[in-house]
Design a protein around this ligand. Structure first.
Ligand code: OGA
Ligand code: MN
Length: 293
């Protein structure tokens, strides 16, 4: 029988694990699926190497974990091979925009964000283009009990268009003001409020659900009042000890849980093409702390 003896190797103390001895073209035995799902719960993001997958095989793997999203949240990306669930995340050699080049969880500006993201590397620059991840429970657990109690009463509004604003997102500084103006129009009203502290439905761990760029303000606070606290939460969230960094090879695949980690696509390979295939999967959302506004 295939795929019955996987190996799980953590990447750091809190975040990420690499899984080997598995061929994702083959259906997963139930026990193997459960072990992979547990690794995802334990580490927030898992990595596979040397896989040789068609878009349909990537989709079959993703579907073991839930319903793949066809377009609701990700309509600005093209479907691959006529499969709407498989999106191209591409950066051409002359593109200035680096998709995901800031700490974020996917689609937090929606009321029902994607649960899992499954990203497969097709074409990579010779060096660079790594992705970093940071665990939201590690960040939560690093906060003092008194501070956590305060944060449990807060919710935060996440706004899509912030990612394209040079004033808010340093990674957007190469984008023109016109691009931001267009983005404001296109994504008008695309925002959602989420509790700052919530409980993960599978691991039962608490998470700091916060996005340094998408978060606009704590609800009921002004942006000016919110900024100092947001700066502090960003620092805690991205402490090097809370992160891991994945160096892609062609055929690598990452699967992360947007309820448990934030991620960051490094922008250090100008002049080269990078092509990834991404699938997002629905799932049960975080449970709010009852005290949240
Ligand atoms: C994404 C994303 C990171 C990367 O696909 O949501 O942020 O490294 N990608 O491509
Ligand atoms: Mn992303």
């Amino acid at each position: 029988m295939q795929n019955t003896a996987i190996t799980i190797r953590p990447m750091s103390a809190f975040t990420g694990a690499e899984i080997s001895n598995v061929d994702l073209r083959q259906p997963l035995a139930e026990q193997t699926y459960l072990e992979i799902r547990k690794a995802l719960n334990d580490w927030g993001v898992i990595f596979f190497r040397s896989q040789d997958l068609t878009p349909a095989q990537q989709l079959a793997f993703a579907r073991r974990f839930g319903k793949a999203e066809a377009d609701a949240h990700v309509s600005n990306m093209q479907g691959v091979d006529g499969i709407p669930e498989v999106k191209e995340v591409v950066r051409e050699a002359d593109h200035v925009r680096n998709i995901g080049g800031f700490w974020h969880m996917d689609q937090s500006f929606h009321p029902n964000p994607s649960c899992f993201s499954v990203l497969y590397a097709r074409e990579l620059p010779p060096v660079g283009g790594d992705t970093s991840f940071a665990h939201l429970s590690a960040a939560h657990d690093a906060l003092s009990p008194g501070f956590r109690a305060t944060l449990e009463r807060l919710s935060c509004t996440h706004v899509r268009s912030h990612a394209d604003s040079a004033a808010i997102n340093p990674a957007a500084s190469a984008l023109s003001h016109e691009y931001y103006t267009e983005s404001l129009k296109k994504f008008a009203g695309m925002e959602a409020s989420h509790p700052v502290i919530a409980t993960h439905p599978e691991s039962s761990r608490k998470v700091l659900y916060f996005s340094p760029i998408y978060c606009d303000r704590f609800d009921g606070w002004t942006r000016e009042e919110s900024l100092p606290l947001m700066t502090h939460l960003t620092k805690v969230m991205t402490e090097p000890e809370h992160t891991c960094r994945f160096r892609w090879e062609e055929g690598s695949m990452a699967m992360w849980d947007n309820r448990a980690v934030v991620h960051y696509a490094l922008d250090d390979y100008a002049g080269h093409r990078r092509l990834m295939h991404r699938i997002t999967v629905e799932g049960p959302w975080l449970t709010p702390c009852s005290a949240a506004a």
